[in-house]
Design a protein around this ligand. Structure first.
Ligand SMILES: *Cc1c(COP(=O)(O)O)cnc(C)c1O
Length: 360
């Protein structure tokens, strides 16, 4: 068996230790003679797995009792509708920050439920930066302020939050658990699992309890209601049990790495290694405002566009998988989430330098 370095933006690489453990437990979980996939979601065994995932996530992120952790399905794209369906009830508008492809999609869905106030946008700058927080047009009567702290496609990341009394709803799909986070500053955090948590099929939601009252809406589908989901411990219907189990294994792995502060230190090193290599060369470039370059998703282009397909072909041959940029933007993109070891980023940098020597 030979595993490659996988730079896919999602579904993304998982820690090898997690895959090995899942493999070892696949046929017979903890001596029960069944796979997690074959267990009732209401069995004591699965209930203990779900409780473990919640408890590990709580301690990794320091989540207080003011929040509920809820697992949902349908991907973060479903959340784009589910969030306004739950949280705009009783309000006429919701504020959104427009920082790239994912926030644009979130805005499009929210418009089906409420008036969307685009409080700030970096569209005019080609989404290469983040709007100035001092000049945001926030309406304090709105239901919430939604933002996307890491734009996975554009490679733009920001950690600071705007000053506002509105509950902040953040799509952390591609940055959750990559750095410490003050959960108490958010009304709700959500993340599709397949970037930094586990396999596709589950969304992790951290919801401030007072917001659950807003789900009291007769038109809201029962399986979509955050209040229902919280009350029934994510089991309004059958949850994605195997994905939740793998998320628990990833959380356990994160604990063994030293938690999110330790991950952040490694992630800073990995990102610096790659951005420094890009900046040191005229052959490669990254267009993002240096204050907001993503630590997780690093897009770059070649000065000579005609070499792109050769770059992709040769990198693949060198064991560096899925470096093509998103189909909407082209170029290259290296996604270097928690599961990407520093050695993988070093291998990419070595390849890039050798490629430049040959063709530059
Ligand atoms: C990948 C991604 C999504 C969409 O996830 P799906 O599970 O495919 O719906 C939404 N937001 C961000 C920031 C993402 O990276």
């Amino acid at each position: 068996m030979s595993r490659v370095y996988n730079f896919c933006s999602g579904p993304a690489a998982l820690p090898e230790a997690v895959l090995s453990k899942a493999q070892a437990e696949l046929l017979d979980w903890h001596g029960k003679g069944v796979s997690v996939m074959e267990m009732s979601h209401r069995s004591d065994e699965f209930v203990s797995i779900l409780a473990s995932a919640k408890s590990r996530l709580s301690s990794l992120l320091g989540i207080s009792d003011d929040y509920e952790i809820v697992f949902t399905q349908g991907g973060a794209s479903t959340s784009f509708a589910q969030i306004p369906a739950n949280l705009t009830h009783g309000f006429s508008s919701a504020c959104y920050l427009d920082t790239g492809a994912w926030s644009t999609k979130a805005i499009k869905e929210a418009r089906k439920y409420a008036d969307v106030i685009v409080a700030g946008s970096s569209k005019a700058e080609g989404y290469t930066t983040v709007p100035d927080f001092a000049s945001l047009e926030l309406d304090e009567r709105a239901a919430y302020l939604h933002l996307t702290p890491n734009e996975t496609i554009g490679g733009v990341e920001f950690a600071d939050l705007p000053e506002t009394n509105l509950p902040i709803i953040a799509d952390l799909s591609s940055t959750i658990l990559s750095r410490p986070l003050d959960v108490s500053k958010y009304g709700m955090i959500y993340a599709g699992a397949q970037k930094n948590i586990g396999p596709a099929g589950v969304v992790v939601n951290i919801i401030r309890k007072d917001l659950l009252a807003r789900s009291d809406n007769a038109n809201l589908p029962s399986v979509w209601s955050y209040a229902n989901l919280a009350e029934q411990d994510s089991m309004v219907n059958t949850p994605p049990t195997f994905a939740i189990y793998l998320a628990d294994l990833v959380f356990e792995w994160l604990e063994a790495q030293g938690g999110v502060a330790a991950m952040e230190a490694i992630n800073i090193e990995k990102a610096a290694l790659l951005y420094d290599a890009i900046d040191a060369s005229d052959f490669y470039s990254n267009p993002i405002d240096s204050r907001y370059r993503s630590r997780m998703n690093v897009p770059f282009i070649l000065a000579d566009e005609s070499l792109e397909s050769l770059f992709l072909k040769e990198s693949e041959k060198a064991g560096l998988r899925t470096l093509a940029g998103h189909r909407s933007v082209g170029g290259m993109r290296a996604s270097i989430y928690n599961a990407m070891p520093k050695a993988g980023v070093q291998a990419l940098v070595d390849f890039m330098q050798a490629f430049e020597k040959r063709y530059g």
